[in-house]
Design a protein around this ligand. Structure first.
Ligand code: HEM
Length: 439
């Protein structure tokens, strides 16, 4: 496997000029889609934080904000900075009957709309608050053990597709009470939703095909929501709590809004948590398994390692906001209507917050000052769940794959989006298959 972050920092040649809008800084050499910078943006972002903490990137048409304090301000100052609505395409004529309310991704719109967000958030967070951390830990552990049982006897597997990418979806299916037999359908439907949001290259025929699939997704999920309304399962059951959620006399969530919360959770909690689990296993096994042994000897250190991973190599990269009124950040004037990209990854390496930020310290006491889960009104509702998922998934691997080691010669494959950098494959691991081990 070749994937050591700190070891081969990209050292591009970087210069700052003042030829952005209104004479603001432009950082030449910041190329967020360039493979070396996708893999390791540490050098370029250290330069940015020092020399041009807020700069304009003509390619993205956005102001990039790199320091912890500035990004924290953008997250919480909702009067000046607002979430960008997801771009939904018009429904093609031949799908109008099938999708009368638009693509199912429209169900997420209330979360992007400042007027509607406070109500849906207040109601949607009821089941997240009611989730019991201990019960969630048991559930994740069961899902993790069952997943490992599928490949343990083979003695070798790529733990990204076989394990890390399976856990979040299987956990959500369990939480929602959906049979695991629908796992592949859900993966396909969620991937389709991501394409609706973000793939402008789709042909008309692809849009129609995807629309048909989305209609099936809508029917499937709405029938489960309807069933739960008719047969509630009691407090603590995620969907029951969601369909029955009340707050300060607010009108409860409609079926389509419940669907939006489910869809948002699948999107926001899938790739992110899968990457966290994969990245941490990768890091533990690197360097001849040094951190693997640390974690095995002291299981409580895993919680700190999870926070440190979120700080050191946050799975999220940039998060976008639209500027509502003329403002200023670090002396750079930003006019209303502009787009701001918070470089959340960069904030985890801010030297004004952490000592030796480019060192991964498995026992760093204040790693949790990171902004990986955002801050303010839109902060991650699934943070507790993500932490429990990562901890239990790592413990399951430690317990069940004795003497785990990386199989050399594999390269980690990545998919790069502006928001999240995903690992897809290449974490090939071998372990001892003990006599008496059952698969
Ligand atoms: C390592 C894993 C995760 C990371 C790094 C992460 C990160 C984030 C971030 C940064 C935001 C705020 C986005 C913004 O302000 O624009 C967010 C929002 C959200 N996350 Fe997570 N997330 C993770 C896992 C999860 C999980 C497991 C779930 C649910 C099962 C979840 C559900 C949500 C929801 C519903 C929101 C929207 C909140 C709102 O807009 O009010 N996330 N997440």
């Amino acid at each position: 496997m070749t994937d050591t972050y700190a070891a081969d920092r990209a050292e591009p040649s970087l210069t700052v000029t003042s030829d952005g809008p209104g004479g603001c800084p432009v950082l030449h050499g910041f190329e967020p889609f360039e493979p070396a910078q996708v893999k390791d943006p540490s050098a370029v972002m250290a330069f940015a934080r020092r020399e041009a903490p807020v700069f304009f990137h003509p390619g993205l048409g956005a102001y990039i904000v790199s320091r912890h304090a500035d990004v924290a301000r953008v997250f919480v100052d909702q009067k000046t900075f607002t979430q960008l609505p997801f771009i939904n395409r018009p429904v093609p004529e031949e799908l109008r009957e099938l999708l009368p309310d638009g693509f199912v991704t429209d169900a997420i719109a209330p979360f992007q709309d400042p007027a509607r967000h406070p109500r849906v958030r207040k109601l949607a967070q009821v089941p997240f608050i009611r989730q019991n951390a201990l019960a969630a830990a048991d559930l994740v552990r069961r899902v993790a053990d069952e997943t490992i049982a599928e490949f343990r006897a083979s003695g070798e597997a790529d733990l990204i597709p076989a394990y890390a990418r399976r856990i979040p979806m299987r956990l959500m299916l369990s939480i929602l009470g959906i049979d695991v037999a629908h796992e592949d359908d859900l993966h396909r439907w969620v991937a389709g939703c991501m394409r609706v949001f973000g793939d402008p290259t789709m042909t008309d025929a692809e849009v129609v095909e995807l629309g048909r699939d989305q209609a099936e997704f809508g029917r499937f999920t709405l029938s489960i929501i309807d069933e739960r309304r008719r047969n509630p399962r009691g407090e603590g059951d995620f969907l029951t709590d969601l369909v029955n959620a009340t707050a300060d006399g607010e009108k409860g969530l409609s079926d389509f809004e419940v669907f939006g919360v489910v869809l948002l959770s699948l999107i926001a909690g899938g790739d992110t948590t899968a990457n966290l689990i994969a990245q941490l296993i990768m890091r533990m096994l690197d360097d001849d398994g040094a951190l693997w042994r640390v974690a095995d000897a002291d299981r409580d250190v895993i919680d700190t390692m999870i926070e440190e991973e979120l700080r050191y190599n946050n799975v999220g990269r940039m998060t976008l906001r639209k500027v509502l009124t003329d403002t200023e950040l670090d002396g750079v004037a930003i006019p209303a209507g502009s787009m701001v990209a918070m470089h959340v990854w960069s904030t985890g390496r801010d030297e004004s917050v952490w000592q030796d930020p480019d060192q991964f310290d498995p026992r760093r006491a204040d790693a949790n000052k990171h902004l990986a889960f955002g801050k303010g009104r839109h902060s991650c509702m699934g943070a507790m769940l993500a932490r429990v998922e990562a901890r239990q998934s790592i413990e399951a691997v430690l317990d069940q794959l004795p003497n785990a080691r990386l199989v050399p010669g594999h390269e980690v494959q990545r998919a790069w989006g502006i928001a999240v950098q995903s690992v897809l494959s290449g974490l090939v691991v071998a372990w001892d298959v003990c006599a008496g081990t059952t698969a």
